[in-house]
Design a protein around this ligand. Sequence first.
Ligand code: DC
Length: 335
Amino acid sequence: MVVIRGATTIPEDSKEEIRKAVAELLGQITSCNHILKDEITSIVFSSTSDIHSYYPSKAAREAGFEGVALFSAQEPEIDGSLPLCIRVMLFVEKNLTPRHIYLRGAKILRRDITNIYNVAIDGPAGSGKSTVAKILAADYSILYLDTGAMYRACALAALENGVDVSDERAVIDLMRSVSLDVRYENGIQKTLLNGRDVSDEIRRPEISMAASTVSKHPSVRLHLVDKQREIASVNSCVLDGRDIGTYVLPDAAFKFFLTASPEVRAKRRYDELVAKGHEVDFQALKEEIIRRDEQDSRRKMAPLRRAEDAVVIDTSNMTIDEVVSFIKKTMQEKI
Ligand code: DC
């Protein structure tokens, strides 16, 4: 028997909000823990004393948790407690390492349940995510997981094997037949395709758009997200990407969303590529970045989007040091 915990908040005390929040919370818990409804023995809810409109257990029943023993209780009024908060405990008949899920600003009230923590850094291309994530990971002595590298490796595999990157079936069949691994050497991420270190090749400019295209395919995302969650469940890490705070780790302890104007982002990418010896046309690069962001934001599954509880940082006029200091200060205040 495993116990999974979770919590969420509602914007107002209404039946509709309670139903929505309970369905979302249970949905995230079951998908992040890969559990089926009939593997759950019972679910116990508690809600803060400012919630009166509906029983969370009734909302759970309506969300399809029918054969499960359900129970709701109201917590006593406690000074300083998070308002409009619903907490849950699921008892599951399965052998797994539980992922506890905290949504919509609900705090992890018991730090003792896990000492692994994750920092999610999302944002569009060139917003400074990877530079900042690398520094944070080094300063906190935790892993840096560059999730974009996985989509890039997938695009590289497709291009090398003559597979059309827009053909979902062909791309996922290919991904299931190759091995894609992430290894760390002296704290630096190496991306391996069939054992070959492709960390440099995946940075080639033509890989960027192809990576964005393969990342639209739900089956490809699920394949890679599983790997990302697996790494993050056993290691504290800083992860950068597009959907870390919204989809990969909605329960990440810390979430940031970095942005910058398209001009600034294109200039950063341009300088990076020129420094590596690539010949680049600035205007074409800027247009490509805008097109890629649009494609990443418009896809159906887990698009580029800020999580509601992520702290937004516009890095257009900030130095790397300023961004890092701001993030550290924000994390410190939250602990
Ligand atoms: O961060 P990057 O430029 O290396 O990412 C390349 C592409 O991969 C990006 O355009 C969209 C996709 N990607 C994604 O869909 N989700 C992530 N978590 C990371 C990257």
